[in-house]
Design a binder for this molecule. Sequence first.
Ligand SMILES: *Cc1c(COP(=O)(O)O)cnc(C)c1O
Length: 407
Amino acid sequence: MITPREYFVSHLECGLTGTLHEAGQIHGLSPAGRPLLVRYDLDALRAAVTRETFAARPATLWKWRELLPLADFSNRIELGEVATPILPLERTAARLNARAVLVKDEGRLPTGSFKARGLALALSMAKELGIAKIAMPTNGNAGGAAAAYAAAAGIEAVIFAPEETPEINIREIAAYGARVYRVNGQIDDCGKLVAAGKDAQGWFDLSTLKEPYRIEGKKTMGLELVEQLGWRVPDVIFYPTGGGTGLIGMWKAFAELEALGLIGPERPRMVAVQAEGCAPMVRAFEQGERHAARWDNPATVAAGIRVPQAVGDFLILDAVRESGGFAIAVSDAAIEEAVSAVARDDGTLLCPEGGATLAAYEKARRIGLVSADEEVLLFNCASGLKYPLADQSRRLDRHKPIDWANL
Ligand SMILES: *Cc1c(COP(=O)(O)O)cnc(C)c1O
């Protein structure tokens, strides 16, 4: 029996300067200090795969293995990844007089967030490359996913989180056996600790976009949604943007799918959604900059997008601009209102970052950046159950007479 070829990586390439780097070795940032992107032999791939190749496989991110960086597919670490559903928010769409408001619910993945996609690939590659210890900064969900996949891979994990990180995330990380530290600073301050300790401690730095493979895992969101929509793209994608891995990854996915002849040149407009209390990409977008200055004193309830500075800023801003999209900021009040409206109207509990995408859509409609007849896809990146919910319960004393009419 002939084993079909599954490994198509040709090399790695600096996302900013285009310098070329050999695959199959341990890599961090490029010599320019910017993210490395994995490149594939797309001509060979085009001859090797069709839509049917992928359609015939189980619905998990691993179905895209020819477009993933593992040289030996048996090195993959699986924790039951699923293809996440695209749900129509029907009552929300009716309320907003919209043709179609869809939400890709990433909260169904292992560890309850889409960080599982990136960390599944990053830890699988770490295992393949023989890495024994990893360290990373997190606002919560990335740390949980890293700790879970590291546990499954037999890799030691050390995680640094800003002290305001939600308690559930800190406990989750520790539950998987990782060492977790609360740090009196922001996520970039935590990242500096990883950088400062890594040589002495022998850690591999797994920070967002500081190694090449998380983006390949996040890329599967783009591959998956195209297949789910019948090999086409939606008109607009609203993405809650922190480090931007998912937005960059999806943009890369669409380019690869086109190179393989699986879609045409059409692209969704990509919208980077941030919170008003931490909006470095929005500011850079509005000022016409390609790089974003650090946002001082970041503050928002949407912890996943509380990222004051991103090493892949230019990749986010390039994708947003090339797609004809935009960057937009919303208030915490609008985020919380969006979360409760969708839960009540459509029975879907968004995380605050997911709520931010709906709030951004509503704002974009109001100011005319998106029209009612465009099909929009929102990203709900984590289970709403990982976040504190308001206590809205009432008390009932079963020993007293009950006022049934007013229950
Ligand atoms: C990490 C995270 C984000 C931001 O994702 P990036 O791809 O890093 O920009 C958004 N929402 C949630 C819930 C997250 O955990």
